[in-house]
Design a binder for this molecule. Structure first.
Ligand SMILES: [Zn+2]
Length: 358
């Protein structure tokens, strides 16, 4: 199948997107061609756009993507869960393709495999240009974990699954058992709200949301948070506010050193901190080793996720899509050729997500 596609190519900070035509002359037996239906602008896309994060350039940004299968190689018959794949199926996929035989994949960390191919984060070439969300099509490479999506999910609910919700699924996995525990989520942005909902559904005793923005905090209640904490408070003030509740797990989505330090200080004996927000250049975080030792504290970092985490996130959203207002999180929608306006809107910080509908 030969198709004429369009990609919005990002070349460097400050330069406009270039609307580029891409001719695709068929796919390999291990590949899948997807017609993109919806992409949400992730915060990391905004970071690349503004120069806060670097990426191979030129490239097609966008990795929170869903689409329908337009064509598939003969070797691709089933999705990651074993469900038969057909032309027209609505799918999401892992943000990277990896080689199962690589050292890191064999150690259970596929997201750090040698030669990882990351969608929305890979160099654009005329013969390999359909690899990001801000295009009409995407070619899913060999080694991409694909997941069929239920038809009842709206595009707004489904698009953020393969970054936001899958990353939180990974964070909850490394945090361990959450049932009957007090879980604090620092930061009430897109990741934080997803974490509140997942902690709630994991059986947490209390879900504490922390942010400096009171409006965001109140909104976190809609996602399962039942205790709200102003991030300007000191550890002692927080303890006074909730004298009977000790924090067992902190999941940090802010990446702000002072907030991560506060999270460690507030942890109960035997507590665990999971850090996922610190994905940008920043000053060192201060940690008191004696406190870590005496309080038996565990700190874990997580970057990206495994295909199983994405599977968990797909099931989680399928089960809870109407229990929490995930749809509301995409506050504004644009068309693909309105991408510059969409990025302007995403940069304004008024919306948790901005969507591109096709
Ligand atoms: Zn992302």
């Amino acid at each position: 199948m030969t198709i004429k596609a369009t990609a919005m190519v990002f070349s460097e900070v400050g330069q406009p997107f270039k609307n580029q035509e891409v001719i695709l002359n068929g796919i390999d037996s291990n590949e899948v061609l997807v017609r993109i239906l919806y992409t949400t602008i992730c915060t990391s896309d905004v970071h690349t756009f503004t120069g806060k994060r670097s990426t191979p350039c030129p490239c097609v940004l966008g990795h929170e993507i869903i689409g329908e299968i337009l064509d598939k190689g003969e070797k691709i018959t089933r999705d990651f869960n074993g469900h038969l794949l057909s032309i027209g199926d609505l799918v999401t996929w892992c943000v990277y393709a990896f080689d199962k035989s690589s050292e890191m994949a064999k150690k259970g960390i596929p997201q750090k495999s040698e030669g990882l191919y990351k969608y929305g984060h890979h160099q654009f070439k005329p013969n390999d240009g359909l690899n990001g969300g801000f295009a009409t099509h995407c070619v899913l490479k060999k080694g991409t974990a694909i997941f069929k999506l239920p038809d009842f999910l709206s595009y707004k609910q489904a698009a953020p699954i393969n970054c936001t919700h899958a990353t939180i699924a990974g964070a909850v996995r490394v945090a361990g058992y959450l049932e009957n525990k007090n879980v604090m989520i620092t930061g009430s942005g897109m990741l934080g709200l997803s974490a509140c909902a997942m902690a709630r559904e994991s059986g947490a005793k209390n879900v504490f949301a922390m942010d400096i923005n009171p409006e965001r905090l109140v909104y976190a209640k809609k996602f399962g948070a039942n205790k709200l904490v102003d991030a300007n408070l000191s550890p002692d003030e927080i303890r006074k506010l909730y004298p009977n509740e000790k924090i067992d797990v902190v999941i940090d989505t802010t990446g702000i050193p002072a907030v991560m330090e506060l999270g460690i200080e507030i942890l109960n004996i035997g507590g665990t901190a999971v850090w996922i927000g610190a994905v940008f250049n920043q000053p060192a975080t201060k940690i008191n080793a004696e406190m870590i030792v005496r309080n038996l504290i565990t700190i874990k970092g997580l970057h990206n996720y495994t295909p199983n985490d994405l599977g968990f996130a797909v099931d989680f959203i399928a089960k809870n899509h109407s229990k929490y207002p995930f749809e509301e999180l995409v506050g504004k929608e644009f068309l693909l050729d309105e991408l510059p306006e969409a990025f302007e809107s995403a940069q304004s910080g008024k919306h948790y997500r901005v969507g591109i509908r096709q």
